[in-house]
Design a protein around this ligand. Structure first.
Ligand code: FE2
Length: 368
């Protein structure tokens, strides 16, 4: 083993030990963890513990110096009993999750125009899945999944702010629940659970999934740079949600997915007349977006060729009264995007309002 390889290994061991110490692990637990991580990677003839223990002792001494010897004598603090967040009423989202029946009938007949397929696309924006309220699927999202299960879209687009990730935010550090150790992990589990359902409700379970990242996903990336000892690779949405394994096409924040003559993105304008502003800066392209959690539309005609275009916000699927709103009235509404896209790129779209977790489509009620 060369000198530089040895240095590299030592640096990796140090990072892991910092992480273990941060989580209050005991000596024996740290040893067991390190032997799992680095078994077979120590220099020939050196026992793993002989290599890692001096590093562990150095770090202990360093922490002791930094914290006046307090930290090592202390037992890890007992977790406080869970308090209910004061403003976290979750009016619309707290009931138990009903199982989503993903295949009640055969796939509906496909639509054709002049021998060409008409594609069905569904857009879901701003679910803000969080580990705090222990609700894996919001009720409005359940309604959308039920509609999808029956209509089986060819494409399902996640329009950003899919995960809330408030546990990594600098904004809401004082609120109970968000900084619990397992809050982030639980949120990630719930997000993956939702992705599994999404894949199962697309056409023959093989529909295309697209993910345009939102500002809340950016918090994850920011957190990675803030905490140098964070678990390597963990704070990356692409890895957390296994986007590559799931074959999900993704676009970075402010990127957009172009389908037919429409573009779908998370959105960045949040002023009162955001649809007008978005239409004004979209160069005459139709844009469908979330971010504002409300439903707003601005239609127009392109000066150059007199073709129509639209900027449309499509509502959200999250809690309408999260704790940080403190019961303030807002303009948020539950909704989602249904779009039929013809082969020539033209499209017909609908943005159903979901009120009290119900909406009616073609004479049938969908509810959760
Ligand atoms: Fe959002």
């Amino acid at each position: 083993m060369t000198e530089s390889e040895l240095e590299q290994l030592r640096a990796e061991v140090e990072t892991e030990i910092y992480y273990c110490k941060k989580n209050g692990m005991t000596y024996s637990k740290i040893d067991a963890y390190l032997s799992k991580m680095f078994s077979g990677r120590t220099p020939k003839g050196t026992h793993l513990r002989k290599f890692t223990r001096p590093i562990l002792n150095d770090i202990n001494k360093k922490i002791k110096r930094e914290q006046g010897g307090e930290l090592l004598k202390q037992k890890p603090p007992k977790p406080e009993p869970k308090k209910e967040p004061a403003y976290n009423t979750y009016i619309n989202t707290t009931t138990a999750v009903e199982p989503i029946e993903t295949r009640t009938e055969p796939a509906p007949q496909q639509l054709y125009e002049k021998g060409k397929r008409i594609k069905l696309l569904v857009g879901m924006f701003d679910q803000h899945i969080t580990g705090v309220d222990r609700t894996p699927i919001s009720r409005p999202a359940q309604v959308v999944y039920k509609w999808c299960a029956e209509h089986q879209p060819d494409e399902l687009v996640i329009g950003g702010d899919f995960g809330d990730f408030m546990s990594l935010s600098k904004w809401e550090e004082d609120y109970p629940g968000h900084k619990e150790g397992d809050c982030f992990d639980r949120a990630v589990t719930f997000c993956n659970y939702n992705l599994d359902i999404m894949q199962s409700v697309t056409r023959n379970k093989k529909g295309k999934l697209v993910y345009t990242l939102g500002n809340h996903e950016v918090w994850v990336e920011k957190y990675k740079s803030k905490d140098p000892h964070a678990r390597r690779g963990i704070y990356d949405v692409k890895i957390l949600f296994r986007l590559e394994d799931r074959k999900i096409e993704w676009y970075p924040i402010n990127g957009s997915y172009k389908v037919g003559h429409a573009r779908i993105k998370h959105g960045s304008n949040a002023n009162i007349q955001h649809a007008t502003k978005t239409a004004g800066s979209s160069c005459g392209e139709s844009v469908f977006y979330g971010h504002t959690h409300d439903i707003q539309c601005h239609s127009g005609i392109r000066e150059i060729d007199l073709l129509p275009f639209v900027a449309q916000s499509c509502g959200c699927l999250c809690n309408l009264n999260p704790y940080f709103m403190r019961n303030r009235p807002n303009k948020w509404v539950h909704g989602f995007l249904i779009m039929y896209i013809r082969d020539d790129g033209s499209f017909t779209y609908y943005v159903p309002h979901i009120v009290n977790n119900r909406f009616i489509w073609n004479g049938k009620e969908y509810s959760a």
